[in-house]
Design a binder for this molecule. Sequence first.
Ligand code: SF4
Length: 333
Amino acid sequence: MKTAATNAANERSPVKRLEFHMSYVCNQDCVFCSESVRMRQYQKRPLSYKEMVETITRKRREGCEHITFVGGEPTVHPDFLKLLAASKKLGYATLLITNGAKLSEPRFAAESLPLLDEIVLSVHGSNSKVHDDLAQSPGSFEKLWKALGLIEKAKKRPFVLTNTVVTQKNINDLVKTINVLAEHPVVRHCLVSNLAPDGDALLHYDEQVVRISELGRLAPQLVEIARSRGKIIRFFGMPLCSLGEAWEASNDLYWDSRTNVERATSHGQVTLEDTWNYTPKRMRFFPDLCAPCPAREKKCWGVFRIYHKHFGESELMTFETLGSQESPPCPSR
Ligand code: SF4
C-alpha cells in the first residue's frame, strides 16, 4: 500500500497513467455532472477511431502503462470495444469509469469484462429512488445492480470500485449506501466524493453541496463499515483535517500523477490536448489558516476554492503533527 512518503516521490516520477477523455455524450443525466459543460461543447465533435488509436499508441510510447477511459460515458462511444481491445494489445492495464448501464447488457459485458482490469461504477444511493433521482434516469439503479450481477458471474472479475458523489439529496442515505456496497461480493473499494464545483454541480452549487464538517463527521463510521467487511474506503476532495480520525482514508494520500488527453479549442480549432497533473490540487487551495499546518507538507491538498468562497474556513483546523501512520495527528483546535 502506498504511503504519503511514496506519494511525495511520485510527484517527480515518470507519469504512467493516462486519462483518456474519449466520449462527450452520456446515456444518463446526473444532476451534479462535472463534465456537462465540456460535453455540451464537444458532443458534436466525437473522437474518431483513428484519432483514438493514434493517441493511445503515442501515449504508450511515451511510457504510459495504465489507461482510464473517461467520459461522458465511454461505453456509449460506438468504437469503445474496439478501442478497449486495441489498448490491451498495446499492453495497457485498463480502467473504465462508467454508470454501468451498458454493462447490464449480457453481450456487452461478455465482450468487455475479459479486457477490463478495473471498473469504477458510479453509485448515487442504496436504492432506486435515491439513485435514479440523482442520475435523472429511471431504471438506472436496476441496470447498475444487473451489471454487478454479471460481473459476479464473469470468469475473470475486474477489480471493482464504486464512486458515490455526496450531495444534499443522498447524504442521509450514505451510511446505508456504503453498507450495501461493502456487503456486495464484487465491490472491493468505495470512494466517497465531495462535490467537485464544476459543470452542472457549479450551476446549482448551493442546492447540492454538503458541508465538509457534516461529511467528515460520518467518515469514521463509514471507514468502520468498510473495514469490517474487508473493503477499502477513500474520500475524495476533502481537506485532511475535515476527516478527523479517518484522515488516513483521504484519497489525497493515494493519488498517482497522470496525463490527460481531452478535447480542447486552440486558435478556433477543435483539437486533442495533453495536460499533466502531478497533484490532486485541481480547483483547491490553501487558505491562510493552513500556513503552519504540517499536513500541507505531507499531502493535504486543501479545500475547493469555491467551497471556501461560500463557507469560509471555520470547518478547517491545522494539525499539530502528521506523518506517523501509528499515531494519527491531533487537531490543534
Ligand atoms: S488546515 Fe489546511 S493544510 Fe491542514 S489539514 Fe486542514 S486544509 Fe489541510
